[in-house]
Design a protein around this ligand. Structure first.
Ligand code: PLP
Length: 270
């Protein structure tokens, strides 16, 4: 779609996220998803990670001034239709992102993936930053996309059933985002179906999909959120963007076990 649009402005997504040197998650996954789905991705890097298929070996947050400089450079020239946030690392970064977006991109659609801990168990958002995400970023968001462990940390309680998910989406919506997508993939080990619930604070829509048994899920959260952002930039409404992005990610998970990349989960060295 990008190439066909010669002379036209492509749908644009500004990705504010951490770098995954292994290329599976973070801004690398975000950029690839945007490209495949026909949007032009720009980036403001929040942190570098030294990472591979086995896990995270190191994290280096970017200075606040340089993060702001990247946002200023992109937004003062290229502009954007949608902003997507991923790994934000520290409370100071969350505060800088919230204030820069209010100043430089007021009213823009914003997809917040509240990344907190990697599947491999590494902290990607410091604990004292969680409150800042709730208070400063959620009220600006068009959509937030927590998984169950993230929603539990945000709400301070465990969520272990579909009725508890229904209550959780309402409580998360009360924190200010226009929509909440609560991803239920962690609900029951061995379940045949995964349930995600999308809620605008009043009505909720359940998305059911077959659970694909795999350990190759690294980067699926980033990919889903940035796919939704790309589809919103292309003009889809939130429920349609969520459905289409879910189909895209399900297709990627179904193919993932065939990729011989790294020795990571279930690889020859594990
Ligand atoms: N690294 C970065 C930079 C990320 O943004 C994320 C998730 O958002 C991860 C790693 C973790 O990915 P996963 O939990 O899918 O392994």
């Amino acid at each position: 779609p990008l190439l066909q649009a010669a002379g036209l402005m492509p749908p644009r997504v500004l990705i504010i996220a951490g770098s995954d040197s292994g290329g599976g998650a973070g801004l690398q996954a975000d950029l690839k998803s945007c490209t495949v789905l026909g949007a032009f991705g720009t980036t403001a890097v929040t942190a570098l990670t030294a990472q591979n298929s086995r896990g995270v070996q190191g994290i280096l947050p970017i200075s606040i001034d340089f993060l702001k400089q990247q946002l200023e450079s992109v937004l003062s020239d290229l502009g954007t239709d949608v902003v997507k946030t991923g790994m934000l690392a520290t409370a100071d970064i969350v505060k800088a992102v919230a204030s820069s977006l209010q100043e430089l991109a007021p009213g823009k659609m914003l997809v917040v993936d509240p990344v907190m801990v990697s599947t491999s168990g590494h902290t990607l958002l410091q604990e004292d930053a969680i409150q800042c995400v709730k208070e400063q970023l959620f009220p600006l968001a068009t959509l937030i996309t927590p998984n169950l462990p993230e929603a539990s940390l945000l709400l301070g309680r465990s969520i272990s059933s579909v009725p508890e998910m229904e209550q959780a989406v309402r409580d998360l919506a009360a924190m200010g985002p226009r929509w909440v997508l609560l991803k239920g993939g962690h609900l029951k080990e061995g379940a045949e179906e995964a349930i995600d619930i999308l809620c605008d604070g009043q009505e909720s829509i359940a998305f059911k999909s077959a659970m694909i048994p795999t350990t190759h899920s690294h980067g699926t959260g980033c990919t889903l959120a940035s796919s939704i952002a790309a589809l919103l930039a292309r003009g889809l409404e939130v429920p349609e963007a969520v459905q289409e992005a879910k189909d895209f990610v399900s297709g990627a998970i179904a193919c993932s076990a065939k990729l011989a990349l790294g020795s990571g989960p279930q690889g020859p060295m594990n």
